[in-house]
Design a protein around this ligand. Structure first.
Ligand code: FES
Length: 75
């Protein structure tokens, strides 16, 4: 599913990128930069923040903090 229409970024692309990023982005702006993209309208910020929070939780090994709302929307 496309989560950022300005940059044609899918949730799968962002998740894969975050899972494999050598340095984990800490903000939505960092996430754009890390993906080689620049923010446009900003409508995707909330979704990207959820994906980033999930990736941070997964990296921390705290699977219980994964946001079920994002999991449903990605299905
Ligand atoms: S939808 Fe992501 S910057 Fe516009």
């Amino acid at each position: 599913m496309i989560v950022c229409s300005c940059n044609a970024l899918s949730d799968r692309h962002v998740r894969t990128h975050l899972a494999n990023a050598p340095t984990m982005p800490r903000t939505v702006r960092d996430t754009f930069r890390s993906c080689g993209k620049t923010p446009g309208c900003g409508r995707c910020a909330r979704t990207l923040r959820c994906l980033l929070r999930d990736a941070l939780a997964e990296r921390a090994g705290d699977v219980a903090q994964i946001n079920p709302e994002v999991q449903r929307s990605a299905a």
